[in-house]
Design a protein around this ligand. Structure first.
Ligand SMILES: Cc1cc2nc3c(=O)[nH]c(=O)nc-3n(C[C@H](O)[C@H](O)[C@H](O)COP(=O)(O)O)c2cc1C
Length: 304
């Protein structure tokens, strides 16, 4: 079963195609190890910056009927403080992706470089992050900025660089092209969808930050569409993310073109058994359809 399900994403070998998504349980080494032991093919940290950050005021995460709404505001201890947590993950032999952000291309490079030095197997650039010189603009919404950030990180890193795209753009292919042209090794799609909720009793927005990001089942069709569009245009590996709750969702993303999938909110809807049950389900699906390896189904929905 192990061999049938192992995949390679931009040179990074995964024992199976499931990855813990950034920001969910990735706040400590112990939790990352717990997720790895529960069967994930790799684990991703919470997004880390150069300096510690407190994040937005409460409430930061609320449960809606159809998903989660969050505005955590990149709360994190900073990459250097997190090094000891990474050490714990590395000593458990887990495959570790470190999610990084910065407020300038140079800062992205510094954080990604530190992550590599501390033992990351790959970095994922969280580009849903405001740019310090262009307030209001997220790096991932601006192809020119995105190109600068990816090129800067790629100029020194040896480990694979994944770029995690935001769906909050009118044309995801256009921004993805900037990342691909600048040397991205893989694309992760998608981050959360900009959203909000208002309390009808208090008559105020519920989240401390008013606006937040929607995740979970509500965004799955958006994410599948993004992966499908990206697969049509680019030949680098894609990692699907958004609303995956079970093996059927994972298979759908792979048929759209994802070589691997990330699971975030699904852990909160279900529990940590979600990784092994997805892997088991994919395995039975491959067997029933007569495939010998999981990568054989990647992008199959595109055949004409
Ligand atoms: C509480 C919470 C915190 C998150 N924090 C991060 C983060 O630090 N960095 C990041 O790139 N994405 C972050 N995300 C986005 C997830 O990694 C993922 O892209 C998104 O939730 C869609 O996947 P899902 O529907 O499986 O949760 C966060 C999501 C949630 C719900």
């Amino acid at each position: 079963m192990v061999d049938r399900l192992s995949v390679e994403v931009a040179g990074l070998k995964l024992r199976n195609p499931t990855i813990l998504a950034a920001g969910i349980l990735g706040v400590s080494g112990d939790l990352l190890v717990k997720v790895w032991k529960s069967g994930a093919g790799a684990v991703t940290t919470k997004s880390l910056g150069l300096e510690p950050r407190v994040g937005y005021p409460n409430p930061t995460v609320i449960q809606l009927d159809y998903g989660l709404l969050n505005a955590v505001g990149l709360a994190n201890p900073g990459i250097h403080e997190f090094a000891q947590e990474m050490e714990k993950v590395k000593s458990s032999n887990a495959t570790l992706v470190v999610s990084v952000y910065g407020f300038s291309p140079r800062e992205y490079r510094e954080v990604a470089g530190a992550a590599e030095d501390y033992g990351a197997d790959a970095v994922e650039l969280n580009v849903s992050c405001p740019h310090v010189e262009r307030l209001g603009s997220e790096v991932g919404q601006n192809p020119k900025l995105l190109r600068e950030v990816v090129a800067e990180v790629k100029s020194t890193l040896k480990i694979p660089v994944f770029v995690k795209l935001t769906p909050n753009v009118s044309d995801i292919v256009e921004v993805a092209r900037a990342a691909v042209d600048a040397g991205a090794d893989a694309l992760t799609a998608i981050n959360t969808v900009k959203a909000m909720a208002i309390d009808i009793e208090t008559m105020y927005p519920i989240l401390g930050n008013r606006f937040g990001g929607l995740s979970g089942p509500a965004i799955k069709p958006i994410a599948v569409r993004c992966v499908y569009e990206l697969f049509e245009e680019f030949s680098i590996p894609l990692i699907g993310c958004g609303g995956i709750l079970d093996w059927r969702d994972a298979v759908e993303f792979m048929l759209a073109g994802a070589s691997a999938v990330q699971v975030g909110s699904g852990i909160m809807v279900k529990d940590l058994g979600i990784f092994s049950s997805i892997v088991e389900g994919i395995n039975l699906y491959l067997e029933s359809k007569g495939f010998s390896r999981v990568d054989e189904i990647v992008g199959l929905s595109h055949r004409r």
